[in-house]
Design a protein around this ligand. Structure first.
Ligand code: GLC
Length: 531
């Protein structure tokens, strides 16, 4: 690949593959690298610039691969290191970059260091082992709860406890220990040496803890926090940036940073730290013109202050699919509300119309854009998975109160009219019986399909010089209509007003739905050539 476009991450369209659910080549019900390799042509035709793989490392799958047992290998259910090397080479030949998911906050209880720590006290300082409270140490060392529900501490055979902010199968690393820092810089080199173009950093803001491990203070602001967004964390990422910059053309570092404060968020994007971070404010934003405009402005202001490109994300493997969200009364997303919104009445036709309009908005905004697998097919959330099929630890750790994230992780439908839709075996999560209309096969030649819209929009986004990185300017528009220009002669208009509005003068390049003469219908977006 040429290094001339070393700043590709500033405006790339990045497709997220959740390996277990993308494409199953060997017919064991679980997606694999061979399945991805067989479908690289699909991704080229879709028009993406890069693929981000959710973790592909050996893992007991306590949290679907986010419990990594070995950071330098591939899980046997996915394939081998040689297959990963072939995949990277084949993707590069198609001009598609590869981003992998590194999980630095925690590992797996199956990781060699943790196994050793169980019997060798000298290894315990790589994690957070502590004696318990109470007369016999029978109580956890502090009051922190796991993000997945239940306590954040689990006791081992000799009576000590270890910290895990997520599942008990995911012990947290102690980043105050220089061995942990060295190990991860070496893991980065391992993958960069194999041609990986960038990494997505899981739970990036949680890595450093207050070493005193104080009880949670409900009166203190959310960030910084005893385990979130501590100032010392920036040294970690400065070290990673030095590693990334040591490669010709550099390598991209993209953080999963959930923070309420845009100014603190931007600190991660200073020129000597991460290149980009996911925009969860936009992902969670309701389908509402004022809220979206505020979000866009705040995002661009915060990023401009540090010279970083914004990212635009509608869905990922952790959140309710946006076709479903946008078809409800409450269109925003917040993790703690997943449980109360589960199975809320949903108008899928409305949600799909809005999702189409949102795709054109997202792809017209300045910066890079993410597409979560299946979003290009318009897949809805699967909400009626049987309890016995659910595998997300959130479901078990909340005693079934929170359905968890399995509903957005159901294997993709490729072809045919019944499950497993082109795979050799039923998927690890059951696919709905009524997904025939959403298969790749059903949508490929249908000009009105979501897939056709994504293909045309991504192709235009690539061809249009004003899109991607660069400035934007808001245009005057009727209430609850978002209208802005990019570059010289391109405009995007999004109608969230609930009724038709006049279409501005210009030639239509692409519309998310049928236009009504000179009118732009509700929940419809248009890209225009304007003079
Ligand atoms: C991130 C991942 C999520 C995972 C968690 C723990 O939020 O996106 O899927 O469960 O980290 O690794």
């Amino acid at each position: 690949m040429s290094t001339a476009d070393a700043r590709w991450w500033r405006d790339a369209a990045i497709y997220q593959i959740y390996p277990r659910s993308f494409a199953d080549d060997n017919g064991d019900g679980v997606g694999d690298l061979a399945g991805v390799r067989a479908r690289l042509g699909y991704l080229r035709d879709l028009g993406v610039d890069a693929i981000w793989f959710s973790p592909w490392f050996p893992s007991p799958m306590a949290d679907a691969g986010y419990d990594v047992a070995d950071y330098r290998d591939i899980d046997p259910s996915f394939g081998t290191l040689d297959e990963a090397a072939a995949l990277i080479a084949e993707a590069h030949a198609l001009d598609i970059r590869i981003i992998i998911d590194i999980v630095p906050n925690h590992t797996s209880t199956a990781h060699a260091w943790f196994q050793r720590a169980l019997t060798d006290a000298s290894y315990r300082d790589r994690f957070w082992f502590r004696d318990g409270r109470g007369a016999a140490g029978e109580l956890p060392p502090n009051d922190w709860g796991s993000i997945f529900g239940g306590p954040a501490w689990t006791r081992v055979a000799d009576g000590q406890w270890y910290l895990h902010l997520f599942d008990a199968g995911q012990p947290d690393f102690n980043w105050d220990n220089p061995l942990v820092r060295e190990e991860f810089e070496d893991v980065l080199r391992f993958w960069f040496d194999r041609g990986v173009d960038g990494i997505r950093i899981d739970s990036a803001a949680m890595v450093v803890k207050d070493p005193a491990l104080p009880d949670f203070d409900p009166a203190s602001p959310p960030d910084p926090h005893p385990w979130n967004d501590r100032d010392e964390i920036h040294d970690v990422y400065r070290g990673w940036r030095r590693v990334a910059d040591g490669y010709p053309g550099g390598r991209a570092l993209i953080g999963e940073v959930w923070l309420a404060d845009p100014q603190r968020f931007a600190l991660y994007l200073r020129p000597d730290e991460l290149h980009a971070a996911f925009n969860f404010d936009f992902l969670g934003c309701p389908w509402d013109a004022k809220a979206l405009r505020r979000c866009v402005d705040e995002t661009l202001d915060a990023h401009a202050a540090v010279g970083a490109p914004a990212t635009w994300v509608l869905s990922n493997h952790d959140v309710t699919r946006h076709v479903t969200r946008y078809g409800r009364t409450e269109t925003g997303f917040e993790h703690h509300l997943r449980q109360t919104r589960h199975l809320a009445p949903t108008d899928l036709a409305l949600g799909t119309r809005r999702a189409r309009a949102a795709a054109l908005l997202t792809m017209a905004l300045p910066g890079s854009v993410y597409v979560y697998q299946g979003e290009e097919l318009g897949l809805p959330e699967v909400e009626d998975l049987p309890a016995a099929a659910r595998q997300d630890p959130i479901f078990a750790r909340t005693g079934g109160a929170d359905p968890g994230r399995d509903g957005c992780r159901v294997p993709l439908p490729w072809s045919g009219t019944a499950p497993p839709y082109g795979s050799g075996a039923p998927g690890w999560l059951p696919q709905p019986a009524d997904w025939a209309q959403w298969t790749v096969q059903a949508q490929t030649d249908d000009p009105s399909s979501m897939l056709s819209l994504y293909r045309r929009a991504l192709a235009l986004r690539r061809a249009e010089p004003g899109l991607g990185d660069g400035p934007m300017a808001w245009l005057d528009a009727p209430a609850d209509v978002l209208a802005f220009t990019r570059g010289d002669g391109f405009a995007c208009v999004v109608n969230l007003s609930g009724g038709p509005v006049d279409l501005p003068a210009g030639a239509v390049l692409l519309a998310s739905g049928p236009l009504d003469g000179g009118l732009l219908p509700a929940d419809t977006s248009v890209w225009l050539r304007v003079s």
